[in-house]
Write a protein that binds this ligand. Structure first.
Ligand SMILES: NC(=O)c1ccc[n+]([C@@H]2O[C@H](COP(=O)([O-])OP(=O)(O)OC[C@H]3O[C@@H](n4cnc5c(N)ncnc54)[C@H](O)[C@@H]3O)[C@@H](O)[C@H]2O)c1
Length: 354
């Protein structure tokens, strides 16, 4: 039986990846200590996801902290998995500034703990590291833009397909979170280049899906939909609400990992997002969710943008598609919205009316 070790198994990406491979008949060991509830409070609690994963008999949960080097070494020594997906993280841009040591210990040192344990006990195992487009810092904001009615758009034709992996990660403002993710990203590349291990970094755009526990500081679409359904006000920070994000369904993320497992490369980097066709601005997202739910979106505007936040970002998917021609986006934006609305509608039903 093929075996997967996935860290952050109760988070958005980890749980989707776990479910995807469980359905393919793999044995999956998930590591998650519910730190999301520590970072974001009760709304970030992921225990509901753990109960869902436990419905699969080939899912095995380990309540470990990736910061604990000895525990991670023991785990890797016991398991020697066939694929490692590292998706445990402190994932929020904004939260990191208040908890810089914890953020770095989880995102940078935790990643190193996993890479080194893998090198010692299963160096041939493909290792997928979940990185982020925040490693580019605010450098994408230096690209000249055109202001359209509902969104910003690149004015420089060299970025018509989006941001490529050759874009510099240096000399820009990353946020504390972006900097700790750069450390993990470069380390994962180095374990590929220096030690020859089959590692890759996936620099995610907005990774989303129906299983996300979106909160204000992390999980843009999921949180936006939740606000709409509950009639809560959504706060827009700067850029006139025209800031653009590319959205990719987490199942398309998992299917890419499957492709990488079959055909691993070493020290690679891919920008993994929905690409131009799955991009939308916040204003456009409001319109899409209103059409689906029939409810008006309440929102307010804060003039100050979030520090280092991208004005317009969408991924150039051409390198991924060239290296892995069998892979493509299977969920267009409309389907993603539909699934998130449907999922929140189910989850938000008050207990007494179930
Ligand atoms: N969701 C996105 O839009 C997005 C975009 C770009 C990159 N990413 C990257 O993908 C990865 C996963 O993101 P996500 O959206 O699934 O985040 P998430 O918060 O939903 O999941 C992360 C999981 O890791 C767990 N965790 C945190 N610290 C831990 C620790 N010390 N030990 C064990 N478990 C721990 C949390 O409890 C949580 O369940 C992150 O590296 C993130 O930076 C996500």
């Amino acid at each position: 039986m093929k075996s997967l070790l996935v860290t952050g198994s109760c988070g958005l990406i980890g749980s989707e990846v776990a479910t995807y491979f469980l359905k393919l008949g793999w044995r999956v060991t998930g590591v998650d200590n519910n730190f999301r509830a520590v970072f974001f409070g009760p709304e970030g609690d992921t225990r509901w996801t753990l109960s869902r994963l436990r419905e699969f008999s080939s899912y095995h949960h380990r309540d470990l902290d990736i910061r604990d080097r000895e525990d991670i070494l023991d785990l890797m020594r016991d398991l020697r998995p066939g694929l490692i997906v590292h998706a445990a993280a402190q994932p929020s841009h904004d939260r990191a500034a208040a908890i810089p040591f914890l953020d770095f210990e989880v995102n940078a040192v935790g990643t190193l703990n996993l890479l080194e344990a893998a090198r010692q006990f299963c160096a041939e195992t493909p290792f997928v590291h979940m990185s982020t487009n925040k490693v580019y810092g605010d450098r994408p904001n230096r690209i000249p833009l055109t202001e359209l009615e509902t969104r910003w758009e690149y004015a420089d034709p060299s970025f018509l397909e989006g941001i490529p992996e050759s874009f510099s990660i240096d000399q820009s403002k990353h946020s504390i979170f972006g900097a700790s993710k750069v450390a993990g990203d470069v380390m994962a590349q180095e374990y590929g280049r220096y030690f020859g291990m089959p590692t890759c970094c996936l620099r995610g755009g907005c990774l989303t899906g129906p299983n996300h526990s979106g909160v204000e500081l992390h999980g843009f679409l999921s949180y936006l939909v939740r606000c709409n359904l509950e009639g809560r006000e959504y706060k827009v920070f700067g850029y006139k609400g025209k800031q653009v994000r590319d959205n990719i369904h987490s199942e398309d993320v998992a299917s890419f990992m499957d492709e990488f497992f079959r055909n691993p490369r070493s020290g690679e980097v891919y920008n993994l997002g929905g690409g131009k066709s799955n991009s939308c601005s916040i204003l456009e997202a409001f319109r899409m969710v209103e059409e689906l739910s029939g409810k008006p979106q309440r929102w307010s505007y804060v003039e100050q943008n979030r520090s280092g936040d991208h004005i317009c970002y969408y991924s150039d998917l051409r390198k991924m598609k060239a290296h892995y021609p069998a892979w493509d986006i299977t969920r267009p934006l409309g389907n993603i919205f539909h699934e998130i609305v449907e999922s929140w509608s189910r989850r938000l039903v008050p207990a007494h009316s179930k």
